[in-house]
Design a protein around this ligand. Sequence first.
Ligand SMILES: [Zn+2]
Length: 145
Amino acid sequence: MKRPAKLVKGDRVLVDAATAAIKQRYRNDWQEVGAALRTRSGKVFTGVNLDAYLGRMAVCAEAVALGRAFVELGDDGIETIVAVRHPPPDEKDQNIRVVSPCGACRELIFDYDPKARVIVPNGRSPGVVAIGDLLPNKYRRGSET
Ligand SMILES: [Zn+2]
């Protein structure tokens, strides 16, 4: 994988927006991840994960942010997206940190914008990679190439 690029100012705005979203809606064991994305037309949308008693019904924060964007704007792409995790109260490190999108979200992000930039953990400070770099062999149905 290519080395992640440094964050630009707009990326830090997204990290801050995702952090604010999960700070506002955090509930231990229920809402622990916040996300923010910027569409191609420059609008920012946030989301938090929707955990569920029935675990398979859980929805990731990135999907909630994308859903909000899609309802508002239709298919406007994803210029950049980020997710951050709020630690539970008993965790030693109480910092809210950038986390990588899960495999399912990588598929989702790619489906809605194959050129999306994704902010990911990268040592001391987060970096930016292309969604294609996080998903080198995207799922395709057998009949498609
Ligand atoms: Zn996910």
